[in-house]
Design a protein around this ligand. Structure first.
Ligand code: SAM
Length: 244
């Protein structure tokens, strides 16, 4: 069995090979199967062959860590929260920062008439998001840039001119899994929150790099399929950036 996640939910590194010549969507399709869990959208997630590969075989795959082949506890919380709080996105534009398989972006797209951008630095994650948005018949734009450090205005400018005055919500699912990334994200969010013009909603199971002063607004027990993928974790939470 592939140890994709350890107790601390770190993913073992699988080095990139040949990725330039391989169509990312074909690769994602070959490694995933269509699933549906616990009222989540229909999603392509890791199939048995991806889960059962030996480390040697994993090292030959054309992608690095297949973060996009799993729903992480952070996006599970965000997705549940969006499903339960119908008006929360109203007509907002949305950025799903570090979108992975795209589950939160899909939930957002079904709750707003605004534009949803799924943002990830991994081309395979964006391919998975695109495939998953097709499965769920929602429109999502994808952006493969590192947005960390952009100002509120620069984030707004990612949207077309006639919609960049719309309220912006930034979703952040499970991005506090590494210390330095957590520091960078927390610093960025602190800057963004200075003028309150971007609404930031965070889903996280309480990882070590999550700033302790975020305000917990919802909690969800992890369903069995996520407990199995994240040994040791039982619950996941939604936070806003308002400090306690
Ligand atoms: C732990 S996964 C979370 C995926 C998804 N949000 C979820 O909760 O299911 C982290 C994701 O963030 C992406 N990522 C890491 N650094 C990033 C950055 N600077 N900008 C955008 N995405 C990033 C990774 O490629 C990966 O898909």
């Amino acid at each position: 069995m592939l140890a994709i996640r350890t107790a601390a939910t770190h993913i073992k590194t699988v080095r990139v090979r040949n990725s330039g010549s391989i169509a990312a969507t074909s690769v994602v399709k070959a490694c995933t199967e269509v699933t549906q869990h616990n009222d989540l959208p229909v999603l392509r997630l890791a199939n048995e062959s991806l889960r059962n590969l030996s480390q040697d075989k994993l090292a030959q795959l054309p992608f690095a860590d297949p973060f996009w082949a799993f729903v992480w506890p952070g996006s599970f919380a965000l997705t549940k929260y969006l499903q339960e709080n119908n008006g929360i996105l109203k007509n907002c534009n949305v950025i799903d920062f570090g979108s992975g398989c795209g589950v939160s972006a899909i939930a957002a797209a079904s709750k707003t008439s605004g534009t949803v951008i799924a943002n990830d630095i991994d081309e395979f994650a964006l391919a998975a998001t695109w495939l998953n948005s097709e499965l769920n018949q929602v429109k999502i734009q994808t952006k493969r840039d590192n947005l960390i450090g952009l100002s509120n205005e620069e984030l707004r400018n990612l949207f077309s001119k006639n919609e960049n005055n719309t309220q912006l919500t930034l979703l952040c699912g499970d991005m506090f899994y590494e210390t330095q990334l957590g520091v960078d994200v927390a610093q960025w969010f602190a800057e963004l929150s200075r003028d309150d013009s971007t609404n930031i909603i965070i889903g996280d199971p309480g990882r070590h790099a999550l700033p302790p002063n975020y305000l917990k607004v919802a909690s969800y027990p992890l369903p069995k399929f996520l407990r199995d993928d994240n040994s040791g974790l039982l619950s996941t939470f939604v936070y806003t950036l308002k400090t306690q």
